[in-house]
Design a protein around this ligand. Structure first.
Ligand SMILES: [Zn+2]
Ligand SMILES: [Zn+2]
Length: 335
């Protein structure tokens, strides 16, 4: 069996009848991370990191899978004659790449990943392989993410310059919100940060699992006057919601890799776009493909075509995967 028959294009590992991030309920699933386009409820058995399992239970309930098996990073799990090992993907808390080994063949499924430092996620580890199944959310050369520290500094300058206004940052409740809060803390911002109710459970979970976020308060429990000059974090939908009227003349900000697309920022009424991405940018995607040593690359989850072309130009076998149910994030799906 070679690497290409060990796993198929639906990310089904035939020898052990197990799927990676299946988009419909399956008897056995390996889940890379807790975002809803990867982690669904209703599987029979789930293998994932302890953090990912905790995220799934928080979002979907304790009984969202028949049973759970924790896999620690770097610790092989032997299932019949297949070995599965999870490695950090650096995307959100607990996010993993999946290494599948069988008779000397190595397949890596990256899930979503990034290689820039992030205090809220375990740092990405490069894993050598024969077949790489890579994400491609930002798989176009125009995507070159700036330093998140510089974006955070820009936000803090805007806060300092607008003492009478609040700043409302739209951020996905799982991963992005906690990362933005932590970036602010690491930049020395120690004022309370005010949350939309939708962020509370996952912020608490991050805290419980060792990610310090500093003092968090609820917008709902704070007077409008008190919020002047302060930072609030809510889901992207909150920017347009009547809820945002609780804030004094808010500067609308959004933290997303998509904020590099100016038209998107304009369309969503964002005054202060913050380009903070939890995905690899074009250069990281290319470097990672080269460093894994993979001879075959399957590209999924985003802009497949440019990356497939890039790989083929370099003499690699490359194919797009068109897996149903993975959003291409065109609608600002979860990052
Ligand atoms: Zn994803
Ligand atoms: Zn994700």
């Amino acid at each position: 069996m070679n690497a290409m028959t060990l796993i198929d294009r639906n990310l089904h590992i035939r020898a052990i009848d197990t799927y990676v991030d299946p988009t419909v309920p399956r008897a056995r699933a390996i889940i890379t991370h807790g975002h809803s386009d990867h982690a669904r409820s209703g599987h029979g058995a789930v293998l994932a990191t302890a953090d990912t399992i905790a995220v799934m239970k928080t979002r979907y309930g304790e009984d969202c899978a028949g049973r759970f098996q924790v896999a620690a990073f770097g610790e092989p799990v032997v299932i019949d004659d297949v070995t599965v090992t999870l490695y950090p993907a650096g995307h959100i808390l607990g996010s993993a790449q999946v290494l599948i080994e069988h008779k000397g063949q190595r397949v890596v499924v990256t899930g979503d990943y990034k290689r820039l430092p992030d205090a809220t996620a375990q740092p990405f580890e490069l894993v050598k392989c024969d077949l790489l199944v890579t994400e491609a959310t930002f798989g176009l050369p125009v995507f070159q993410h700036p330093d998140p520290k510089a974006e955070t500094a820009r936000l803090l300058r805007s806060v300092a310059a607008n003492a009478e206004r609040a700043h409302l940052i739209g951020a996905y409740p799982l991963g992005k919100a906690q990362r933005v809060i932590r970036l602010l803390r690491d930049a020395g911002y120690d004022e309370p940060i005010y949350l939309h109710g939708a962020m509370v459970k996952l912020c608490e979970l991050y805290e419980e699992r060792g990610v310090a976020l500093g003092e968090l308060r609820l917008v709902m429990e704070t007077s409008k006057a008190e919020l002047a000059g302060k930072i609030a974090v809510g889901p992207p939908s909150a920017l347009k919601d009547v809820w945002s009227r609780r804030l004094p003349d808010p500067v609308l900000a959004m933290a997303s890799g998509w904020m590099s697309v100016k038209q998107r920022a304009r369309q969503s009424g964002v005054e202060l776009p913050l380009i903070i991405s939890d995905h690899a940018d074009w250069n990281e995607l290319g470097e990672t493909i080269a460093e894994t040593g993979a001879g075959t690359v399957w590209v999924t989850h985003g802009r497949e075509d440019a990356l497939v072309y890039y790989c083929r130009q370099r003499g690699l076998n490359a194919e797009p995967l068109n897996i149903q149910g993975f959003e291409d994030d065109g609608g600002e799906g979860e990052e």
